[in-house]
Design a protein around this ligand. Structure first.
Ligand code: KIV
Length: 263
């Protein structure tokens, strides 16, 4: 994956091959992820795994801009998505003003906003003012407090129909792709088939148009909890802790630094 993806090339992957999306919050990891990722998401999940908060709701615009700049610096050749944090797109004017900050103060390629039919007018306002938008439907982490937890969606026929309407509403409003989170696999597949834009899943089964995972989850670095949909591709927490313990032991026993580490 050498050539930087564009909105057009991302859309052309639909029905051809799945899109690979991963989150990153800093330049160091962005650079490591770049060779294998089509898109990097600077998710407001950084408020949990980076800032140590209990959910994403207290992430701020300034925080997102800071981390998006860091990721853009680390992965100059990758399509970057910047999450709009909770409370920054409750009306059209605020949404546009904050999305313009993303485009003017960082080199992110699009913003992501959570919501379906209820956010279609906002998506339309952004896209008609030159802001590329990735939607986010299904389980919405920014609604965790109002819904009393993280609830899987698409369990009833009624929820399925609502989700299809959500997807169509934001597609019609101009979203060029969307994330679908925490949705029964058969329902997510039906949604992906009901729209022309790519639908990138997280906890939405295999038959959608791509997958996204939070990097600290997939590398086994985040230990607080592990959602069912996460596959840990390495046991990062153990590797890091063992390495640090090794260093600490060698400092105490004066095995480190050796001659080759000394001027
Ligand atoms: O903030 C985030 O990391 C996200 C993913 C869960 C898709 O929105």
């Amino acid at each position: 994956m050498n050539k930087k993806m564009t909105i057009t090339s991302i859309q052309k992957t639909k029905g051809v091959r799945p899109i690979v999306m991963i989150t990153a919050y800093d330049a160091l990891f962005a650079k490591l992820l770049e060779p294998s990722s089509d898109m990097i998401l600077v998710g407001d999940s950084l408020n949990m795994s980076f800032a140590g908060k209990r959910d994403t709701l207290s992430a701020t615009m300034d925080q997102m801009l800071y981390h998006t700049n860091a990721v853009c610096n680390g992965a100059k050749n990758t399509f970057i998505v910047c999450d709009m944090p909770f409370g920054t797109y409750t009306n059209k004017d605020d949404a546009l003003c904050n999305a313009i900050r993303v485009f003017q103060e960082t080199s992110a390629d699009c913003v992501k906003i959570e919501g379906g039919q209820d956010k279609a007018d906002i998506v339309k306002h952004l896209t008609s003012n030159g802001i590329a938008v990735c939607g986010h439907i299904g389980l919405l982490p920014q609604s965790v407090r109002s819904e009393g937890g993280y609830k899987v969606k698409g369990k009833s026929e009624e929820e399925k129909l609502k989700l299809i309407q959500d997807a169509k509403a934001i597609e019609n409003a101009g979203a060029f792709c969307m994330v679908i989170e925490g949705v029964k696999a058969d329902v997510a597949t039906a949604i992906a088939k009901s729209v022309k834009v790519p639908v990138i899943g997280i906890g939405a089964g295999v038959d959608v148009d791509g997958q996204v995972l939070v990097f600290s989850d997939m590398l086994g670095l985040f230990e607080e909890f592990t959602p069912k949909f996460v596959k840990k591709y390495m046991d990062g927490a153990t590797l890091v802790k063992d390495a640090i313990q090794n260093y600490a032991d060698e400092v105490i026993t004066k095995e480190f630094p050796k001659e080759e580490h000394t001027y």
